[in-house]
Each structure stands twice: as structure tokens, then as C-alpha cells.
Design a protein around this ligand. Structure first.
Ligand SMILES: Nc1nc2c(ncn2[C@@H]2O[C@H](COP(=O)(O)OP(=O)(O)OP(=O)(O)O)[C@@H](O)[C@H]2O)c(=O)[nH]1
Length: 473
């Protein structure tokens, strides 16, 4: 072999070595390799959902008050009239407005379902009993013999005790107290994300797993794609090399996806000449009545005078339930007869609220609505009619976090019917799919303002993106 040939072989070998080195360097630059921190950090396993503040209330845009109700009769929904009292003893009166046949699809009706019998059927007629005149009460009734003492005890009507006003838990730092509730359900998502992003090389398979984790947590495909793209982009741009850096990027990307800049204050502050008016809407069973009650407590604790309107007239128990919530904090409840026009009850409640000079009127509406037209008629009318008396400042849509995509589809229909201004995500304590928060905001275009984290009276907290993500991670 000649010297030239040896030189040529050596040159080729040198070129191959240079190419190999350059290739490896380029590959390593593109590859995200995370090195674990030198010492394993001892982390608070409970999630650490730390609330920085309490509930934030604001005043809605200025309101144009109309004339008092006597001057402005309701065009379409006259208030249910009491039948005139008759002198000839007790009689049976049919309810003034017959409730329509409603579907009750295991308590979770879906938009578009056909009508069927509601869960509370059959309904009892209302017995109208003539009240004794004042003069009658003074003369003892002679006919009935005195019952035996023990029997008298049994027959005695239970004495209605004045409701005892409850202590309301301070609203400040409420998320902090409820931290365990949220973290129990959300931990799985956070842990698997950190597990994926915190260990070794991030190849295509790892990113697919990240995507799957987000999808399983109910973030939806659009939000998932957006988050994964942003994560990849940020990890490369910031040359992330350690687990701590990865955690920080993940935290920032998730917070950003929750749009912390949105106004999440509850428009509950009164106007100069009228109370603030809030409608609580949503499919039945999502927690509307409970949320209305919890919100009333928060407002009372904040020193506000609250009036409740039980416009869910399809189920007598719903009005009872709301009234009980009101009594527990000393708030008056305006209710109509079962099956009455929800719009007229809502109108009545707002009128009463103006008359009584309260700060805020919370109206609980019915969600047992099955066709979009029915929903439009019902809910649209409630809002229109109420606005004859005062401006509606806030329409809160209550959404059950455990229901997932179906619940979101229903929510979209509500959002098309009334302009919702905020979402309350309930039952976040009972699901590992808290990712619905991301989707709700993305798809409905309104902020999640409150979260329900339990069945307890004070298990309602303001939603704070940063606190939520911190708990997640
Ligand atoms: N775990 C949990 N349960 C909740 C939460 N919010 C409400 N609930 C429960 O959900 C159930 C339904 O709540 P309601 O307030 O009656 O629901 P609704 O939407 O008013 O229902 P209808 O009156 O039938 O229209 C009740 O058992 C509540 O205690 C929450 O944040 N967490």
C-alpha cells in the first residue's frame, strides 16, 4: 500500500469521526434530557392549594331601573293569582299552572331528549283551607272533647322553632382550608405529568404520553394540543435541563392556559338605586341550588343583605331546599307555587329585593329543560322579565365537573341561550378530571369564577388559576 493511500484512509477516517461527533452534538442539543435534582425534595403531598385572597366582588355596569311593578305589569307572565277565598268551607283547588311533562333521564336530562314524567310526579293538589277570622279565635271551639293528657301530647302540633342563624366560615383563605379536597382528585394528573417531564429523555413517546395524560384528565383535544405545543416550544427555547426547570415551565404553561388575566370577580355589589341581580343557571343536579345557598352565605359573611329567588318551580323540594339555605343565614326567600312560571317568580324576587333594599338578589333557576327551544323560551324569558325591573349583573352557569364532555355540551347550549358571565365548577372534590376547567374556559369563552369542593355549606371557593395549578403540581 502506498503512503498516499494511507493518507487518504486516514483523512476519510478523520472526516467520519468529525461527522459522528457533530451528529451527536446536534442530536443532544435537540434532545431534552432532564437531570434529577441532587437531593429528593420532600414535597407536601396534600397539594398545597393556597388561596392568596378571598372572594372578589365587583359592581356590574350601571343599571336602568324601570317603574315599580304596579305601573309596569308583566306582559307575558302574570304572577299566579290566588283564587278568591270562599265562605263555604275547605275546597280543593288545582294548581294554577300545570307543570309541563318533563324528561327525567336519571336526574341528568340531556338537551334534545323527549319529554316524559318528571321524577316528582304525581303531584298533590293544593288544599285551600279557610283561615279562622280573628274574632273566631277568641271563642273556644266547643265540639271537640278534651283529649287525654298523653294523647294530647301526641296530637300536639310540633312547635316551629325560630331558625338558628349559623356561623359562616370566614371567606378569606378558603381555598387554603379546602386544599386537601382538590388535591385528592387532581394529584394523579399532576404526578403523572411531573413523572413524565421529570425523568430522563423526552422523546416522541414521552410527549405522546403527556398528551394522553392531559386527554384522560378531560382537557380536551384542542387544549391538550395547545398545551403540548407550548410546552415543547418553551422547553427547547429555555434549554430546560433539570426537573426543577421542567416543573417551572409546566407550571407557567398551565397557568397561562387558564388565562389568569380574566376578570373573575363576582358582580354582586349593589348599584346606587338597585340591588345586584344574579341568575344561577344549569342542568338540574349539577348543584345550582347548593351553589346559590353557598354563595348567599359568602355574601352574608361579607356583610351583604341577600334575597333568594326560588325560580326552580319544577320541584317543590328545590324551593324548600333554597329556603332552608336562606333561613340558615337569615336571608329572605321569595318562592312561587310548584309549577308556577319561573319568570314571574324571578320578577317577584327582584321586585321584593328592590323594595326591601337588599344588596343582591340571587335567583336559582330550573334546569330541567330538554329542547333548545324550551330552554330559550324558559331561560330567555326569565332574563327578559327580570330586566324589566333591574339589570341582570351576573349569569353564573353551574357545571358538574364529574360529568365531563356531556356536561360541557349541555353547558354550550345554555351559553347560547343566555349570555353567561361566569362558570361555577362543582364537585371538583369528586373527580380526577379537573382538566375540564381548561376546556370550559376555552370552549365557553367565560372564566371559571368559583369552584365547589364539597357538600358542606362552606365548601365553595374562588377560582384562582395559580393556586389551582400549584395544587395540581
Ligand atoms: N361533592 C360535592 N357535591 C356537591 C357539590 N355541589 C353540590 N353537590 C351535591 O350535588 C347534589 C345536587 O345539588 P343541587 O344543588 O340539588 O342541584 P340542582 O342543580 O339545584 O338540582 P335540581 O334542584 O334538581 O335542579 C346535592 O347532593 C349536593 O349536595 C360539590 O361541590 N361537591
Amino acid at each position: 500500500m502506498t503512503t498516499e493511500l494511507w493518507i487518504a484512509i486516514a483523512a476519510i477516517a478523520a472526516i467520519i469521526i468529525v461527522l459522528l461527533v457533530a451528529g451527536t452534538v446536534l442530536y443532544k442539543r435537540r434532545q431534552i434530557r432532564l437531570t434529577p435534582p441532587p437531593e429528593l425534595e420532600k414535597k407536601d403531598q396534600s397539594g398545597g392549594y393556597q388561596a392568596r385572597g378571598g372572594f372578589s366582588f365587583s359592581e356590574g355596569a350601571s343599571t336602568a331601573l324601570k317603574e315599580p311593578p304596579s305601573k309596569e305589569p308583566l306582559p307575558k307572565s302574570p304572577l299566579p293569582q290566588e283564587p278568591p277565598a270562599r265562605e263555604d268551607g275547605p275546597r280543593v283547588v288545582e294548581p294554577p299552572v300545570q307543570p309541563r311533562e318533563r324528561t327525567d333521564d336519571e336526574g341528568q336530562p340531556r338537551v334534545g331528549d323527549d319529554a316524559s314524567v318528571p321524577r316528582d310526579a304525581p303531584r298533590k293538589p293544593i288544599v285551600d283551607v279557610e283561615l279562622p277570622k280573628e274574632s273566631d279565635t277568641e271563642t273556644p271551639a266547643p265540639a271537640e272533647p278534651e283529649p287525654e293528657p298523653e294523647l294530647a301530647e301526641e296530637l300536639a302540633e310540633p312547635v316551629e322553632e325560630a331558625p338558628v342563624l349559623e356561623e359562616i366560615e370566614p371567606t378569606e383563605g378558603r381555598l387554603n382550608r379546602l386544599r386537601g379536597r382538590l388535591s385528592r382528585s387532581q394529584n394523579a394528573v399532576g404526578k403523572s405529568l411531573l413523572g413524565l417531564l421529570g425523568g430522563g429523555d423526552l422523546d416522541e413517546d414521552s410527549w405522546e404520553e403527556v398528551e394522553d395524560t392531559l386527554l384522560i384528565a378531560d382537557l380536551g383535544s384542542a387544549t391538550t394540543t395547545m398545551i403540548v405545543e407550548r410546552l415543547r416550544e418553551q422547553m427547547v427555547a429555555r434549554a430546560v435541563r433539570t426537573e426543577a426547570q421542567a416543573r417551572e415551565v409546566l407550571r407557567e404553561v398551565l397557568v397561562e392556559a387558564l388565562r389568569p388575566e380574566l376578570d373573575r370577580s363576582i358582580r354582586a355589589l349593589p348599584h346606587a338605586d338597585a340591588p345586584s341581580v344574579m341568575l344561577v343557571v344549569g342542568v338540574n343536579g349539577t348543584g345550582k341550588t347548593t351553589t346559590t345557598g353557598k354563595l348567599a352565605r359568602v355574601l352574608v359573611a361579607d356583610g351583604r343583605r341577600v334575597l333568594l329567588g326560588a325560580a326552580d318551580t319544577f320541584r317543590a323540594a328545590a324551593a324548600d331546599q333554597l329556603q332552608t339555605w336562606g333561613e340558615r343565614v337569615g336571608a329572605e326567600t321569595v318562592r312561587g307555587k310548584e309549577g308556577a312560571d319561573p319568570a314571574s317568580v324571578a320578577f317577584d324576587a327582584v321586585s321584593r329585593g328592590i323594595e326591601a333594599g337588599v344588596d343582591v338578589v340571587l335567583v336559582d333557576t330550573a334546569g330541567r329543560l330538554h329542547t333548545k327551544t324550551g330552554l330559550m323560551d324558559e331561560l330567555g324569558k326569565v332574563k327578559r322579565v327580570v330586566e324589566k325591573r333591574a339589570k341582570v349583573d351576573e349569569v353564573l352557569l353551574v357545571l358538574d365537573a364529574t360529568v365531563g364532555q356531556n356536561g360541557l355540551n349541555q353547558a354550550k347550549v345554555f351559553a347560547e341561550v343566555v349570555d353567561i358571565s361566569g362558570v361555577v365548577l362543582t364537585k371538583l372534590d369528586g373527580t380526577a378530571k379537573g382538566g375540564i376547567v381548561f376546556q370550559v374556559q376555552h370552549q365557553l369563552g367565560v372564566p371559571v369564577k368559583l369552584v365547589g369542593l364539597g357538600e358542606g355549606a362552606d365548601d365553595l371557593a374562588p377560582f384562582e388559576p395559580e393556586a389551582f395549578v400549584n395544587a395540581l403540581l
